[in-house]
Design a protein around this ligand. Structure first.
Ligand code: BV8
Length: 231
C-alpha cells in the first residue's frame, strides 16, 4: 500500500475501471460472486439480443427486478471516495476518469462527473425501426406506437457505443495510473483495458477481495485483497 500511495501522489491522470464489486457494499448483487446474477441465471437467457427476441417479457422482468433493487440503494464509501478523489485532484489540476461496466448509476449519484458508463444504463430505450432508438425514462414496457422497449444496456454479442469506446481509449492512452476496482475482468472489451495500459509500462493497481486472472498481466502493482470496504 505504501508503494501505491507514492504512485498515487504523483499521478496526473488516473483512470479507474470499475465493476459490480464497487456496488456490492451498497447491496447490489454482483454477477459472478456468491449471490451473483449469473450464478442463478444464464446470461444467454437474459442479456443477449437473441434472448430478447425469443422472450422479451422474461428479459423485461429481469431488468425490471434489477431496476427495483437499485432504486432503494445508495452510493457507498467506495463510490463516494472515488467522486471525492476526482473533485480534489481536479482542484490540483489533475484528472480522474471513471470507466464503469455498471449500469446502476451509483457513481453518478455519488457525484462522479467524468464518467463513462460503457455497458449503458438501466432505463429503457424504444425499439422503433432497427436503426432508430429513442431514450425512454423507464418503467413502461410498451410504447404508444406499439414498438418494443428494451433496457438501454449493451448485451453480450452487441457492440459498445463507438463514441464511448473512443473516449475510453483516449483516457486509457493518456493515463499515468490505472485502478481496477471490483471487477472480475472477464468481460471484453473492458477486460483488455488494464492489460493494455500495463503494456505501456503504466502502473495498474487492482482493488478486489479476490485474485483475478487479469492481475497476473499487470506490470507494476497488484493491490489484490485491498477491499474497498470502509475499514
Ligand atoms: C463486444 C449488460 C464486439 C448490462 C453485460 C474476446 C474474447 C472472448 C470473448 C469476447 C471477446 N470480445 C467480445 C467477447 C464476447 C463478450 C465477452 O466478453 N464474453 C466474455 C464473458 C468471455 N463481450 C461482448 O459481447 C461485448 N461486446 O465485444 O462487441 C463483439 C460482438 C460479438 C462478438 C465478438 C465481439 C459486450 C459485453 C457487454 C456485456 N454486458 N451486461 C447488465 O445487464 O448489467 S456484462 C456484465 O458483466 C455486467 O455488465 C457486468 O458489469 C460485467 C462485468 O462483470 P463485473 O462487473 O466484473 O462483475 P462480476 O460479478 O463478474 O465481478 C465482481 C467482482 O467484484 C469480483 O471480482 C469480486 O471479487 C469483486 N468484489 C465483490 N465485492 C467487492 C469486490 N471487490 C472489491 N470490494 C468489494 N467489496
Amino acid at each position: 500500500m505504501a508503494d501505491f500511495r507514492k504512485l498515487f501522489a504523483k499521478a496526473k491522470h488516473i483512470v479507474i475501471i470499475s465493476g459490480a464489486g464497487v456496488s456490492a457494499e451498497s447491496g447490489v448483487p454482483t454477477f459472478r460472486g456468491a449471490g451473483g446474477y449469473w450464478r442463478k441465471w444464464k446470461a444467454q437467457d437474459l442479456a443477449t439480443p437473441q434472448a430478447f427476441a425469443r422472450n422479451p417479457s422474461q428479459v423485461w422482468e429481469f431488468y425490471h427486478y434489477r431496476r427495483e433493487v437499485v432504486q432503494s440503494k445508495e452510493p457507498n464509501a467506495g463510490h463516494l471516495a472515488i467522486a471525492e478523489c476526482e473533485a480534489r485532484l481536479g482542484r490540483q489540476g489533475r484528472r480522474v476518469a471513471v470507466i464503469t461496466q455498471n449500469i446502476d448509476e451509483l457513481h453518478r449519484k455519488a457525484g462522479t462527473k467524468n464518467l463513462l458508463e460503457i455497458h449503458g444504463l438501466q432505463n429503457l430505450k424504444l425499439k422503433m425501426p432497427e436503426s432508430q432508438w429513442r431514450n425512454f425514462p423507464g418503467g413502461c414496457e410498451e410504447a404508444a406506437c406499439g414498438g418494443l422497449l428494451r433496457p438501454h444496456v449493451v448485451w453480450f454479442g452487441e457492440n459498445l457505443d463507438p463514441a464511448i469506446l473512443e473516449e475510453a481509449g483516449r483516457e486509457l492512452a493518456l493515463c499515468d495510473l490505472c485502478l481496477v476496482v471490483g471487477t472480475s475482468s472477464v468481460v471484453y472489451p473492458a477486460a483488455m483495458f488494464a492489460p493494455q495500459v500495463s503494456a505501456r509500462g503504466v502502473p495498474v493497481a487492482e482493488f478486489n477481495i479476490e485474485a483475478t486472472p487479469a492481475a497476473s498481466t499487470f506490470s507494476c502493482f497488484d493491490g489484490r485483497k485491498e477491499s474497498i470496504k470502509p475499514r
